[in-house]
Design a protein around this ligand. Structure first.
Ligand SMILES: Cc1ncc(COP(=O)(O)O)c(C=O)c1O
Length: 406
């Protein structure tokens, strides 16, 4: 099947998601997606098969080892990276704290780290605090509140030959902005800095290629792309070899295990592999898993973009509503505010109709403040691979009803 002949069968996709039978229209995917039964089965199968600590002696040891190696291969295929540089942890936040401390170990006064006002706080505060612990300086790349863009010029303005790391998002979980990451990372590399790209939101919505993005470290979270609740990073093993996080004396110093403190959640790793396989299945039958993933994510992107345009057209007819998602290149993640009522009130009204669209700033607190929305943010409408036209109809009806109510 070629990408042009791939018809995206959303009804077949929806049939794989038991949670959808509860009846809600889910626009809450940016906070965490629903899960296909294939992922749940993989988790259960791992927990009910013989399992032990990783090893090659017994079947139970081999099962644990195989699950870890399979998950590294799956995430590497998803991101276009090296399986030997895939690290798993409890969440992207935890991994970013750990890696920021490891990367900052060599910093001192005069060194600089760049963070952005577009990013989720998980790719901001760990760097701010790591810098503070080392006496290093934090420089902020600004978001343009009028356009929602984070431009190469904004980054260039704060780079210097003392910049050690540039932490930037692949896509905003608040307003969907997809900055020109290759341009941003090229500037960072010219300045001699490493790049740490938050791919948590991007990975759920688009094909990803860490090399093309110029991401030295790329972080993502399987629970945003139909998988279970954990986090992962993808980096070159040679880069990970240079970092020395605190670890227990008897635990291995091998990369990537050096960064994985304690016993990994084998069942969630199996679920992660199943989620990656599921996304690959959306790309037809041709080619290896990487090729099918690229086709599958392109199909997801096209499907979600079509629905996003429908939502945007409907929202444009609503009086007194501001749409903050305006960047030229963006994910299907829309932030709305009302001139005459809090977004939380609209979220409550929608929830009463079985339409799940939360209100808040979703930890993208710097972005929310930069837009002038304070800590309250707005109503977030996020599309997912299982979203369909009926969901959009229900959303627009609910928004009309909530907006016209005095
Ligand atoms: C863009 C972005 N980055 C980072 C995170 C944090 O991910 P985790 O929950 O895995 O720590 C989120 C979660 O909402 C996110 O949307």
């Amino acid at each position: 099947m070629t990408s042009t002949s791939t018809a995206y069968d959303v009804a077949a996709v929806r049939a794989d998601f038991p949670a959808l039978r509860a009846g809600a229209a889910h626009f809450d995917g940016p906070g965490g997606s629903q899960v296909p039964r294939q992922v749940a089965h993989a988790v259960a199968a791992t927990l009910t098969a013989p399992i032990a600590n990783r090893g090659r002696l017994t079947e139970a040891e081999r099962n644990a080892d195989d699950v870890v190696l399979a998950a590294r291969a799956a995430v590497a295929d998803l991101a276009g990276g090296d399986p030997g540089g895939v690290v798993f942890g409890r969440s992207m936040t935890q991994l970013t704290y750990d890696l920021s401390r490891a990367l900052a170990a060599g910093w001192g006064p005069g060194d600089e780290v760049v963070v952005t006002r577009l990013d989720h706080d998980a790719n901001v505060r760990p760097w701010v605090q790591a810098a503070a612990a080392r006496g290093a300086t934090v420089r902020w790349a600004d978001l343009d509140p009028a356009t929602g863009e984070l431009t190469p010029e904004a980054l260039a303005a704060v780079l210097s030959d003392r910049t050690r790391v540039v932490a930037v998002t692949g896509a905003s979980n608040l307003i969907g902005t997809r900055p020109d990451v290759p341009a941003l990372t090229a500037l960072a590399h010219e300045a001699g800095a490493l790049t740490y790209v938050d791919g948590v939101h991007l990975t759920a919505h688009a094909p990803v290629d860490v090399a093309a993005l110029g991401a030295d470290v790329f972080a993502c979270s399987p629970y945003k792309f139909l998988g279970p609740h954990l986090g992962c990073v993808v980096a070159a093993p040679s880069l990970l070899e240079t970092l020395h996080p605190d670890k227990l004396l008897p635990s291995t110093d091998a990369v990537p295990e050096r960064f994985e403190l304690g016993t990994l959640p084998y069942e969630l790793l199996a679920g992660t592999t199943a989620a990656v396989d599921y996304l690959a299945s959306l790309g037809g039958d041709d080619g290896d898993r990487r090729a099918r993933l690229l086709a599958g994510m392109a199909a997801v992107e096209a499907h979600e973009d079509r629905l996003r345009e429908r939502v945007e057209e409907g929202v444009a007819e609503l009086p007194g509503v501001t749409l903050w998602s305006r960047a030229r290149h963006r994910t299907p993640t829309l932030l709305l505010t009302w001139a005459d009522r809090p977004a939380a009130e609209v979220s409550r009204a929608l929830a009463g109709r079985g339409v799940n669209a939360p209100a808040g700033s979703f930890y993208a607190i710097e972005a929310s403040r930069a837009l002038g929305l304070g800590d309250a943010g707005g109503l977030r409408v996020g599309l997912a691979p299982y979203s369909d036209d009926d969901d959009v109809d229900r959303l627009l009806e609910g928004l009309h009803a909530a907006t016209s109510r005095a």
